[in-house]
Structures are given as structure tokens and as C-alpha cells.
Write a protein that binds this ligand. Structure first.
Ligand code: HEM
Length: 413
């Protein structure tokens, strides 16, 4: 009694209690949390892929990976890759062991994959897209690339590493368990063998479920700020219009999809930590502890960009991050930011090699990330002094496959 099944493995209440260092043998509410965490699956919010706005609470681990096609990949090979990924994603996200793939490098008698034996799907989502460089390869006409997928312009102040930027295909994987995320990427990599191989892989994390009393509360980044307060919210009537490509868009194969801008942004944490709290708050334009705008109120009070201090100066400074990033100063440009923190140890000079894997989802990057990043650069966002953009990528994250179909079918068929 009290036993439940996680990924095909029965787990008793006693096991859960042991994990929690709790001597009671009865199924406790806490034990239920553990089993629910492992067994949770995320439904595809058709016509969108999961992993963009669903789940609402970001999973605690995420990996972003780019793949490049092998030279001379044929249209049929690319289509077979997308079909294999579609099938693997359906299995993995449902917590089923994917069928052993048939890749060119697979051994005739592959060893059984035990990596996630005993784990549930843990809210795994896998979101797939294509990069600008795919056009011109595998039979895709370069002229058919939509303007939204034009390579991002160069921005000042960035120091991009080309080897860890861009890519023909992009994948975002997330789950409440790091092993589940790692394994899912291995499965996709094996399924792609012979047709595409990973170009770069970066992993990050966000708050673990249960780590704070209110799961709906805004999470904090490595600078200690509440990050995500003024994101578009799914309950707002214009949410879908900001995040997803509309059903009547000229680029038919992207209807229901979303454009992802990915930037690895290192935080210069030693410099940041040397600032006073008051200065850190002026850099962003919000209080660090509560997230309330410096123009007054609480976290979700609308920002008053013309609010003044008693001495007549602007409450939110001219170079504050939220002033320059706000839709109001960028012709209404909007994006859904769902970043992950990363910690890669130390740089060669002993500085923290840590920061933000910045993921911004939007219906059109030319009315989202691009004008905002231009503004942040040219108007000297105060935050620029404490960050370095190290890598960059843009992907057209295609709509969910239709039942029986495969990812990006409307483009490739
Ligand atoms: C707001 C941090 C980079 C766009 C914010 C807020 C924080 C923050 C703390 C206020 C709370 C919120 O509304 O989420 C950071 C950090 C960054 C970074 C630490 C880099 C490490 C960027 C970049 C962009 C961006 C590269 C886009 C080009 C925005 C937008 C807002 C915002 C649109 C909301 C502004 C508003 O309307 O109030 N950011 N940000 N951020 N950020 Fe960033």
C-alpha cells in the first residue's frame, strides 16, 4: 500500500519517506510530492509545442543544444531525422523508453539504455526549431527563409564566440531532473547520428519545486533579482499575439510556432557584488528584495516611467534596464523571457563563469528581441557594465506536429 509507479518502477511510501529522512511509513503529503514530481507529464498545447509557455512553472533543469547537418544531407535524410525526433519526443515526454534507434553509428546489438531506469518523465519538455543556416541545405531554398529568421544583426558590446553560437537545428530540453534532461538529449543525438551532430550544448537551472512556499512566485537570477516580473502573462488577452506566430501568418509552416532568441550572458558578479544595494536597484529600476518598481508600489504595480523622486529626479533612472527594455520605448516590442541560470565554475582568471542562459520567445524577433537589444546597447543600459553576451542563436521553433505527422512537416513535405 502507498506504492506508486515511477517510470515503470514501483516505489513504496517507505522509500519516499527515507528520501525525506522521515521515519513514518505511512504515505505522507511530502511523499506524494516526490512521486507527483517524477510522474508528471506535460501535454502538448496544440498547435504550439510544449516548453514555450507550458508548463507555466519552469522546470528546474534545462539544456539548450544546437545541431549541424552533415555535409550533403539529403531532403529525405532531414525528413527522417525530424520523424525520428518526433517519435522519440513523444516517447520520452510520456515516460516511455524510446525504441532503440536505427542510426548509422549504432552497434548491431546496442546495450540497453538504463540511464533513466527508475525515473519518471519529471515534466520533460523538448522543443525543436530550425536555424537560419538550415536554408540552403538539404534542399531548402535560401530564398524561402522568412524575414523573421534572418540572422540577428551585430549589436555593440557583445563578445560572441562563433563556435558556440548559431546552428542548423535548435533544441530546448527541460525537466525537473537533470539526468532526465541529459538522457533525452543523448537519445536525440543518437537518433540524429549520421545526419546531424551537436554543435554546442549549454545547461542551466532554475528554482526547484518546493524550494519556496509559493510556486507561482517570480524566481531569482544569480544577481539576486526577481527576474520575469513584467513578462507577458498567459491570462492577458494579447499574450498569444506576442509569443506565437498567428494562424494567418504568411509563413504557413510557422503558424503556431514561436521564434526563440538564445543568448548566453555572463554576469560579472564580482563587479556587481561590489555595488551598493541602492546602486544595484538604480541599475535595474526595481527594488532587489521585493521587485517593486522604484516608482512605487509592490512587485506587480505598473511601472511609472515618469515618476519622480522628491528632488525632482526620475525615480527610474534614464539608463535603468527596465526603462530601456520596456515595450513603451520600443514600439510595443514584447517577448516572453524564460531564462535559466548557469554555473560553469571559474574562468581562466578565476572569475565566476556564471550567468544567464537568456531565452526569449516571440511571434517576431523584429518586434521583440532585436529592437530591444538595439536600444539596450545604444542607450547604454546600466546593466551592460555587469554583463557580457558570449553566444547567440536564433531558431524558428516550429508548431507542434499534427497527429500522425512530424515536426516541421509543413516545411519539409
Ligand atoms: C526586465 C534582468 C537581459 C529584456 C528585467 C528585470 C530584471 C532583468 C531583474 C526586471 C524584472 C522583470 O520584469 O523581469 C536581466 C538580466 C539580464 C537581462 C540579469 C542579463 C544577464 C535582458 C536582455 C533583454 C531583456 C538581453 C532583451 C534584449 C527585458 C525586458 C524586461 C526586463 C523586456 C521587462 C521590462 C518592463 O517592461 O518592465 N530584466 N535582464 N533583459 N528585461 Fe532584462
Amino acid at each position: 500500500t502507498g506504492a506508486t509507479t515511477i517510470g515503470g518502477v514501483a516505489v513504496g511510501a517507505t522509500t519516499s519517506a527515507l528520501l525525506l529522512n522521515d521515519n513514518s511509513t505511512a504515505a505522507t503529503p511530502a511523499a506524494d510530492v516526490i512521486t507527483a514530481l517524477g510522474t508528471t507529464t506535460i501535454a502538448t498545447p496544440f498547435p504550439h509545442q510544449a516548453g514555450i509557455s507550458i508548463p507555466a512553472r519552469q522546470q528546474s533543469h534545462g539544456t539548450v543544444a544546437a545541431f549541424d547537418l552533415a555535409p550533403n544531407t539529403t531532403p529525405a535524410q532531414l525528413k527522417a531525422l525530424m520523424q525520428a525526433w518526433t517519435a522519440a519526443i513523444a516517447d520520452l515526454t510520456a515516460g516511455r523508453a524510446p525504441a532503440p534507434g536505427s542510426s548509422s553509428t549504432a552497434s548491431p546489438t546496442p546495450a540497453p539504455d538504463t540511464t533513466t531506469l527508475g525515473s519518471g518523465p519529471c515534466s520533460l519538455t523538448i522543443t525543436v526549431g530550425i536555424g537560419p543556416s538550415l536554408f540552403g541545405k538539404a534542399g531548402l531554398d535560401p530564398a524561402a527563409r522568412p524575414p523573421q529568421l534572418a540572422p540577428l544583426p551585430a549589436f555593440g558590446t557583445e563578445r560572441l564566440d562563433p563556435a558556440r553560437s548559431d546552428g542548423d537545428l535548435g533544441v530546448v530540453l527541460a525537466a525537473d531532473d537533470a539526468l532526465v534532461v541529459f538522457h533525452a538529449l543523448r537519445v536525440l543525438t543518437r537518433a540524429a547520428a549520421g545526419t546531424a551532430k551537436p554543435r554546442w550544448v549549454m545547461s542551466g537551472f532554475s528554482r526547484a519545486p518546493g524550494s519556496s512556499p509559493d510556486p507561482a512566485a517570480t524566481g531569482r537570477n544569480l544577481m539576486g533579482q526577481l527576474d520575469g516580473t513584467n513578462n507577458p502573462a498567459p491570462a492577458q488577452p494579447d499574450f498569444a499575439g506576442k509569443v506565437f506566430v498567428p494562424a494567418d501568418a504568411p509563413t504557413a509552416w510557422m503558424r503556431g510556432g514561436s521564434y526563440l532568441v538564445f543568448r548566453r550572458i555572463r554576469m560579472l558578479l564580482d563587479s556587481w557584488d561590489a555595488q551598493t544595494t541602492a546602486e544595484q536597484e538604480r541599475v535595474i529600476g526595481r527594488h532587489k528584495d521585493t521587485g517593486a518598481p522604484l516608482s512605487g508600489g509592490t512587485e506587480h504595480t505598473p511601472v511609472n516611467l515618469s515618476g519622480q523622486n522628491p528632488d525632482g529626479s526620475l525615480a527610474i533612472r534614464g539608463d535603468a534596464h527596465i526603462r530601456l527594455a520596456a515595450a513603451a520605448g520600443n514600439s510595443g516590442a514584447a517577448m516572453l523571457r524564460r531564462g535559466l541560470s548557469y554555473d560553469d565554475g571559474l574562468t581562466a582568471d578565476g572569475q565566476p563563469n556564471a550567468g544567464l542562459l537568456f531565452l526569449a520567445w516571440q511571434a517576431d524577433p523584429n518586434h521583440g528581441f532585436v529592437p530591444v537589444q538595439k536600444h539596450l546597447t545604444h542607450s547604454m543600459d546600466a546593466l551592460n557594465r555587469f554583463t557580457t553576451h558570449e553566444t547567440s542563436a536564433l531558431f524558428a521553433m516550429v508548431p507542434a506536429p499534427v497527429p500522425g505527422g512530424y515536426l516541421s512537416q509543413a516545411l519539409l513535405d
